[in-house]
Design a protein around this ligand. Sequence first.
Ligand SMILES: [Zn+2]
Length: 367
Amino acid sequence: MAKSPKARAAVASQVAAAGMPPLQFCALPPAPPKVFDEVVTGDRLASINLFGRLWANGTEITYYLFDKGSFAGSPADRQATEDAFAAWKSHGIGLTFKQVATPKGAMLRIGYLAGDGSWSFVGNDNLLSKSAGERTMNFGWSLTTPHGRDTALHEIGHALGLSHEHQNPNAGIVWNEPNVRQYFAGPPNNWTQSQIEHNILTKLDARDAAGSSWDQNSVMHYQFPAGRISRPERYLTRPLIPAGGLSRLDIKWVKQSYPPLKSSAPPSLSRFQSELVAAAAGDVSQFEVRPTETGKFTVRLFGDSDATLLLYEVAPNGDQRYIAGASDAGNKANSEITERLEAGKTYLVKVMVIYAPAPKALSVMYW
Ligand SMILES: [Zn+2]
């Protein structure tokens, strides 16, 4: 007896599911907890969740690819990593990426240790790891296959501030939890139960999600064989396989989070003269500082806003070198940086607003 089209489709998808190669997926390390010294709720918490881990737009993110020692990657895998940075950059975003030759001072330090999985720190959490010998990202398998190329895009997506799309609480996924646990506890992932919870089963805070209802084609979404998702019911009998590469919504997110910069010379900041930072959450203001003497200087924010304060040195060729950063998100105190600055050099002070209770609620000064 001929099977109905529906039954044929179900058989076809079971065959497809059975034929899915057992892939390895990204396993994020636990994130450092957000520490607030005040009770932070409502709009303020939402704003901190949304903007607190993003880089200040305009940042030149320096990255080092390990090419010697136990973390060293093959030339092909290092090239695939460079290609993935270029793919994110190709959408005209305000961030830039610059490969550097030594791990010291690099914001991202990327290793290729097989057997250690693929993972990355998320967004500006990367700056918390300062030791030149430590990785902020690792690739545990070849990046030259289609899955490997997506892995490179995925980990860089985390480094830019993205979370796992299948943990988006707006997705409405109902997991077949025993099946998910069994599948990812087995080879080739061999995850612990807490890794499975951290990377799949735990729903993100609604406000940590990038804003989409559910982007099944996001490069931040894993593949799932049939039977791991109970709802939507179609995934009981067919696998969920993202299209591969950056999705339309991945691109929309990165362009919204890091819009192209308007090229205008930053206003200068004079010693002991406070300047208003007129910006909404997510906006970045820049000020140029040219000290006339060498010594220790303090840059500080004033006001009720939550913000990140960043200090850069500008080289004669225009390159920016990150010196220090401080965030007061969720804290009463205002961000402050004290560093030795040299006469004759040019510095940039950047202020990224994370939460603004009122317009013009923030100013910056140095002395
Ligand atoms: Zn991931």
